[in-house]
Design a protein around this ligand. Sequence first.
Ligand SMILES: Cc1cc2nc3c(=O)[nH]c(=O)nc-3n(C[C@H](O)[C@H](O)[C@H](O)COP(=O)(O)O)c2cc1C
Length: 305
Amino acid sequence: MQVNIGQTTLSNPVVLAAGTCGVMGEIGDAINLASLGAITTKSITKDPRIGNEPVRITDLPHGMINAIGLANDGINAFVEQYASKAASLPTIVIGSIAGDTIENYVAVATAMNEIDSIPLVEINVSCPNTANGLEFGGCPKQLSSLLNEIRPVLTNTGMIVKLSVAAGDIRPHAEAAINCGANALTLINTIPSLGIDVESRRSIISRGIGGYSGREIHPVAVRVVHEVYHDVAKEAAVPIIGTGGIMEWEDAAEFILAGASAVGIGTASFVNPSIAPRVAKKLATWVNRQGCLRLSDLVGAMRLS
Ligand SMILES: Cc1cc2nc3c(=O)[nH]c(=O)nc-3n(C[C@H](O)[C@H](O)[C@H](O)COP(=O)(O)O)c2cc1C
C-alpha cells in the first residue's frame, strides 16, 4: 500500500486534505494518525490572516460551501508552534502554502523547507495574485512563473502542486507544473459555487461565492484525474493525489482506477473523522480482492473497453 512521492514514502495512500484536519493534524485527538499515509496542514501564508467574516462555511444536502479565506497565524507563528509538533506525529506531514505574490509564496516555501520533519510542500495555487487579481493557478504561464521561483528553494522537500478545476481543462496546467519539477499533483481543490437563501435573498455564506466540496464534486474530480493521468502524468511518472468527495472507500478506489496513486479526504472528516482510517483499511482489502499484490497495480487500471 506504500506510495512514493519524490523521496518520501507514505505507508498508505490516504492523505487528509489541506484545511480539513486542523492547522496540523488536530484531528489526531479523534483518530490514530499512524493509520494514514499523510496529513496536510492548513494553507499557511507569510503574514497572519483573519480570513473572511462568518458565515464562512455551510453545509448543503450533499456537500459544503466554504470561504474561510485562508485564516492562519502566518509562517513565523507556524514555525514556532508547529515545527516540533511535526516531528512528533506518527505520519508524514505535508506543509501547504499559499500567497498573494510570488515573493510571499517563496518566503513561506523557504521557511517550510527548513522544517526537518516536513518532507513535502503542497503549493495551493487557488489564490488571487494581488498584481492582476487572477488566480496563480489560472493560466499555465502564470503558474510556471510562480513554480519556477518556488522549486529552487525547496532543497530538502518534494513539491506537490494542487490545482483547481476553476480554470477549465487543466491538462496544460498539470503539464506546466510537471515541467517546473512537481513531484506530485493534488487534484482537485474546491469548485467555485454559489448558494442563495431565497427568503433573505442573500448568499448562504457572507463572502458570496465560495468553494464547493464533498460528495457531489466526486465525479468531476474523477474525470479530471482520469484525463490528467492519461494525457500528462502517466508518461511523466508523476503521482496524483485524487481529492474531492471521497465519502467511502469505493470513492477512493475509483480515484485509483482513474489514475491516482494516493487519495485526499476533506469534507468527509467533518461528517465522521474515522472515515479516513476506514478508507485506508478497506482499500487494502480491495487490492487483495482484485488479486493484486500492490496498490500500484491498480493505478489507472480502469478498463477502457
Ligand atoms: C473547510 C475547508 C477548508 C479548506 N482549506 C483549504 C486550504 O487551506 N488549502 C487548500 O489547498 N485547500 C483547502 N480546502 C480544500 C480541500 O483540501 C479539498 O481540496 C476539497 O475540499 C475537496 O475535497 P473534499 O471534497 O474531500 O472536501 C478546504 C476545504 C474545506 C472544506
